[in-house]
Unconditional design. Structure first.
Length: 605
């Protein structure tokens, strides 16, 4: 065992061993080059008077070359990472070595030497050394090992070159065999000796090379990406990666996700407007550890908030987002918005200028089974936060609402609608109050997507409530940016509505996810609508909603409600034995939908 470990250590790569290897290899190649130069100069019959000179000169020139290779750090370049930009180092080192060699020979050497042989040697040594350096990548280019996957690259660009280089250096186990691109002007050209084809050749290439993997390097919009995904799926390519640019210009291969295909980014994001709203402000975010709250925190950090006050009653979620924020001074408050006394101390101590209220229970079936908890957290928690914002002269209060507040059929949506009514009718004094209503966001903790992912990973048929059910979807970062953008133009009492694009059928979402994971055989099962659940979510109530300066943001018509009556109804709601009746009294359009099966019957195992 000891002997085996010593052998492993002996052959384990290291910078010193690499340098020794190349010094020895270069010395052999340089000696061969100088010898061949002499042979070629004298037509393979070297005169006797030049044989002695050969041995004198070779012992001068070879060490000089190796010395300058060391000076130019040639021996610090890993073999598999040698690229064309490193050729300059070789050329500069050789030029200086030959210059110093000629100075030594002219001024200090008395013997004869053939100048033509020196020129031939320069060319030969340069070509031999480069050929040796590129040899490893050349071999990797023509030999596909059993561990590599024949791969199709979608997009002839710099990222494709980076993927190819990573493949040749064995950094990834994908081996590009063909490239496909939409640009007809580059069809039949080559990148790193790999031919560029059109999409017309897709099926032919997949069959020829038995391709099951593809790496997409083009920056497609979601609609275009969906088209490419469907084309690849149709010919049996199931392992699909995206080459994405991360921080510091690093590129990484990531799995194609449903979020990539469904994302519909807004066209009128005004980043400067958002920055001017957030910059140098003390901002409190309630529910800071949740899907929406945590992303709002990230955006506020990104756009230069002066200080962030993160409030959440979940220890783990709060810790996670608190640890993530590095640039902005941050305070983590582990408390509930329901506890007014503790909340009041936090407001008076930290003096927030902007409050973004994202804390809420949002899961419809859980709120149906826990009506009292939903009322306390959603209504009383919001009321406490609103009242304290007014009392402490907060500049702006932004409430995160939901599409489920429109003609609600469940307790969660109704509690959110009551909060909208309170914000639009309370005496806000010096505090500007606004609410922002939007639909589902892709990948949030309450979204159907994480549930589908869990079921796919555990080989469980996907649970779809109804074949006709639809939902709106938007990426979390873009939804949160639109929230901040709406807040920046708020004057008072507005109910902003975000344009979420076209609604998507959940059954289509499920089918696409099964394709992405290559598990279409799992199929789906229909479990029926749950209590309070709608087939179709709505964002707009009627045609009286007004446009703003942004196409992605609308303002709903205000609803007037006597605040004294509303406060009295909320008080009764807390003590009533029939809370659903009081909810209906406050929100007459509340049409509660109940199914006979309890939620637990729909829970997957």
């Amino acid at each position: 065992m000891i002997r085996t470990n010593r052998l492993r250590c002996l052959f384990k790569p290291s910078p010193l061993k690499r340098a020794i290897f190349f010094v020895i290899a270069d010395a052999i190649l340089l000696f061969f080059s100088f010898s061949m130069a002499y042979q070629l100069r004298f037509n393979f019959h070297i005169p006797d008077e030049h044989v002695i000179g050969f041995w004198h000169l070779v012992w001068i020139l070879v060490p000089l070359k190796i010395f300058f290779f060391y000076i130019f750090k040639v021996y610090f370049i890993a073999w598999k990472y040698f690229v064309f930009r490193d050729v300059n180092k070789f050329l500069n080192a050789l030029v200086l070595a030959y210059f110093l060699f000629m100075v030594i020979v002219i001024f200090f050497y008395d013997g004869a030497f053939p100048r033509t042989a020196i020129l031939i040697d320069f060319l030969l040594s340069f070509l031999l050394l480069l050929a040796f350096r590129f040899s490893k990548r050349f071999v990797q280019n023509i030999v596909v090992t059993d561990n590599t996957k024949p791969t199709l690259i979608i997009g002839a660009n710099n990222r494709a070159m980076s993927v190819i280089a990573s493949s040749f250096s064995s950094e990834i186990d994908y081996f590009p065999v063909a490239i496909i691109d939409d640009d007809r002007t580059i069809i039949n050209s080559y990148l790193s000796n790999i031919k560029v084809h059109s999409f017309d050749d897709l099926e032919f290439l997949v069959n020829k090379y038995n391709i099951k993997s593809a790496i997409i390097t083009n920056n497609y919009k979601s609609e275009e990406l969906d088209r490419v995904f469907e084309q690849l799926s149709k010919v049996g390519v199931t392992d699909i990666k995206l080459s994405k640019l991360l921080g510091n210009k690093n590129e990484k291969l990531i799995d194609l996700s449903i979020e990539d295909l469904l994302a519909r980014p807004p066209k009128d994001l005004d980043l400067e407007k958002i920055a001017s709203f957030v910059r140098d402000k003390v901002i409190m975010v309630t529910g800071a550890g949740g899907s929406i709250g945590s992303e709002i925190v990230r955006q506020c950090d990104k756009f230069g908030a002066k200080k962030l006050i993160l409030l959440d009653h979940s220890e783990y979620n709060l810790y996670t987002i608190y640890e993530e924020i590095k640039k902005t001074p941050t305070v983590a408050l582990m408390q509930s918005v329901v506890d007014r006394k503790i909340l009041e101390k936090s407001f008076k101590l930290h003096k927030p200028e902007i409050v973004i209220h994202a804390a809420a229970y949002k899961h419809v079936p859980l709120c149906e089974d826990n009506i009292e908890g939903a009322i306390l957290n959603n209504i009383i928690g919001t009321k406490n936060t609103v009242d304290l914002s007014i009392e402490c002269n907060v500049q702006k209060f932004i409430f995160i609402s939901t599409d489920k507040a429109v003609r609600p059929t469940n307790v969660m949506g109704t509690t959110k609608r009551i909060c909208e009514l309170y914000i639009q009718n309370v005496d806000s004094k010096n505090t500007l109050m606004s609410a922002v209503r939007f639909g589902n966001v892709l990948g949030s903790s309450g979204s159907v997507i994480p549930k589908f992912k869990y079921q796919i990973e555990n080989n469980i048929p996907l649970s779809v409530t109804d074949p006709e059910i639809t939902r709106y979807f938007m990426l979390i970062p873009e939804a949160c940016q639109l929230v901040l953008q709406a807040a920046s133009i708020a004057k008072n009492r507005e109910l902003f509505i975000l344009d979420m694009g076209e609604p998507i059928k959940i059954i289509d979402l499920a089918k696409k996810m099964l394709k992405i994971y290559g598990k279409s055989e799992l199929g789906m099962k229909f479990v029926g609508l749950r209590s309070g659940e709608k087939l179709y979510e709505e964002l707009l109530i009627d045609d009286s909603d007004k446009d703003t300066i942004y196409d992605s943001i609308f303002v709903a018509s205000p609803t007037t409600y006597d605040i004294n009556i509303l406060n009295e109804q909320i008080e009764r709601l807390l003590v009533s034995e029939n809370r659903l009746k009081v909810l209906k009294e406050i929100v007459p359009e509340f049409n509660h939908k109940v199914v006979s099966s309890p939620m637990n019957e729909h829970k997957f195992k």
